[in-house]
Design a protein around this ligand. Structure first.
Ligand code: ADP
Length: 358
C-alpha cells in the first residue's frame, strides 16, 4: 500500500501538479483564444454572476453602494485566501460595477520605486489598482504606498545626499485592492491602511458545481448536473482547478466521442489523470501515507515530513496542506501535523484504536 517515489516519479507528479495547481499556468494565461479560451475569458463580470462567497459579496455590495452614494472611491480593500479562489476576478468586478478602470499588477513587478510611481501617477479618480501578492512588496515601494493610500499623496525624493529634497505630488483618489495568500506576512502599517480586510474561503460542492455548469455553458460543452458534481468533488474547493478539470474532461469526452459529460465519463477521465475522488494527487497521498506509516499518524513536524517525502517544506505548507486541512484529513497541533481518521479511511487504512492518540 505504500506509495513509492520510484516509477511514478518522472511521469505522473508533473502532470498532476499542473492539473491541480491552484496557480494559473503560463499556458492558461497565454492560451491561443482560437484553440482554448484564456482563463480571463471565463471570469464572471458582475457580482451577481460571481458564485459563492456570500458574506464577502454582501460586504462589497454595501461598499459599492455607499461609495456611489457619496460619489467617492471605495475604501482600500485587502483580499486574502488561497490562490485560484477569485481575488483578481473580484477586483475586476468592482471596477465594472463602479464603472472605473482597473490596473492589475503584482508585487514582483514593482521592484524599482519608479515602477509604482509611474502607475500611481497614471491613475484617474476612482480607478482601482490591484496588487497581487502584496505581501511581497519591497520596503521602498511599500513606504511610497503609505501616503498614497492615506492622503493620496506621492512623496518623491529628488536629488541625492545633502541636497536631496522631498516633493509631494497629489494623486487621484483611487482604491487599492491588495491580494495575498499570506495575510500574516503583511507588515502592520500596510495592513492598517486597508479599510476593508476580507477573507475568501474554499468553495462548497454545490458552488463549484454551479461554476462548472456556468463555464461549460461558456465553452458550449454539454454536461449533466451530476457530471458537473463529479468534477466539483475533485476540484479542491477551487474554481480555477474546477475550470481546468472541466477542460480536460471535455478533451476526454471529445476523443471518446461522447456527446455529454456524465458522472461516469468525468470519473473515468479524472482517474486517468490520477486525480482521486477527493481531488488528491500523488503528492497529497504521499504526505498522508508518510505521516501515517512512518510517524504513526503524528504529531510530526513539517520538516520531518518534508525530509521523509523528499518534498520542500514550504511547498507542503503552501500548496498541499491548506486543502488537506480544509477537508479534515490533516490537523495542525502545537506539536505538529496529525493524520485524522478520515485520512486513514481515504487511503483504505484502519485508524488506530482507540481512534487517535491525541
Ligand atoms: P485568484 O486571483 O484568487 O488567484 P482568480 O480571480 O484569477 O483567482 O480566479 C481564477 C479563475 O476562477 C477565474 O478565471 C474565474 O473564471 C474563476 N472564478 C473564481 N472565482 C469565481 C466565482 N466566484 N465564480 C465563478 N468563477 C470564478
Amino acid at each position: 500500500m505504500a506509495i513509492k517515489r520510484s516509477g511514478n516519479q518522472n511521469s505522473s507528479p508533473n502532470v498532476k501538479s499542473d492539473l491541480l495547481s491552484p496557480e494559473v499556468t503560463a499556458q492558461e494565461r497565454n492560451a491561443n483564444p482560437n484553440f482554448e479560451p484564456p482563463e480571463a475569458s471565463l471570469r464572471p463580470q458582475t457580482l451577481d454572476d460571481y458564485v459563492g462567497q456570500r458574506d464577502l459579496k454582501e460586504v462589497l455590495r454595501i461598499a459599492i453602494q455607499a461609495a456611489q452614494g457619496r460619489q467617492e472611491a471605495i475604501d482600500h480593500l485587502l483580499l486574502y485566501g488561497p490562490p485560484g479562489l477569485g481575488k483578481t476576478t473580484l477586483a475586476l468586478i468592482l471596477a465594472e460595477e463602479m464603472q472605473v478602470r482597473c490596473k492589475i499588477t503584482a508585487a514582483p513587478a514593482l521592484e524599482r520605486p519608479r515602477d509604482i510611481t509611474g502607475i500611481l501617477l497614471a491613475l484617474q479618480p476612482g480607478d482601482i489598482l490591484f496588487i497581487d501578492e502584496i505581501h511581497r512588496l519591497n520596503r521602498l515601494t511599500e513606504e511610497l504606498l503609505y501616503p498614497a493610500m492615506e492622503d493620496f499623496r506621492l512623496d518623491i525624493t529628488m536629488g541625492k545626499g545633502q541636497s536631496a529634497k522631498v516633493r509631494s505630488l497629489n494623486l487621484a483618489r483611487f482604491t487599492l485592492v491588495g491580494a495575498t495568500t499570506k495575510v500574516g506576512s503583511l507588515t502592520s502599517p500596510l495592513r492598517d491602511r486597508f479599510g476593508l480586510i476580507q477573507r475568501l474561503r474554499f468553495y462548497e460542492l454545490d458552488e463549484l458545481q454551479q461554476i462548472i455548469l456556468r463555464t461549460a455553458g461558456l465553452l458550449a460543452v454539454p454536461i449533466s448536473p451530476a457530471g458537473a458534481q463529479a468534477i466539483a468533488l475533485r476540484a479542491r474547493g477551487t474554481p480555477r482547478i474546477a475550470n481546468r478539470l472541466l477542460k480536460r474532461v471535455r478533451d476526454y469526452a471529445q476523443v471518446k466521442q461522447q456527446p455529454e459529460i456524465t458522472p461516469t465519463l468525468a470519473s473515468e477521465a479524472l482517474d486517468l489523470y490520477q486525480v482521486d475522488k477527493r481531488g488528491l494527487d500523488w503528492t497529497d497521498r504521499l504526505v498522508l501515507q508518510t505521516l501515517i506509516e512512518q510517524f504513526q499518524g503524528g504529531p510530526t513536524g513539517l520538516e520531518a515530513i518534508a525530509a521523509a517525502t523528499g518534498e520542500d517544506a514550504k511547498t507542503i505548507e503552501e500548496v498541499y496542506e491548506p486543502y488537506l486541512l480544509q477537508i479534515g484529513y490533516l490537523a495542525r497541533t502545537s506539536r505538529g501535523r496529525i493524520a485524522t481518521a478520515a485520512a486513514y479511511e481515504h487511503l483504505g487504512l484502519t485508524p488506530p484504536n482507540p481512534l487517535l492518540p491525541w
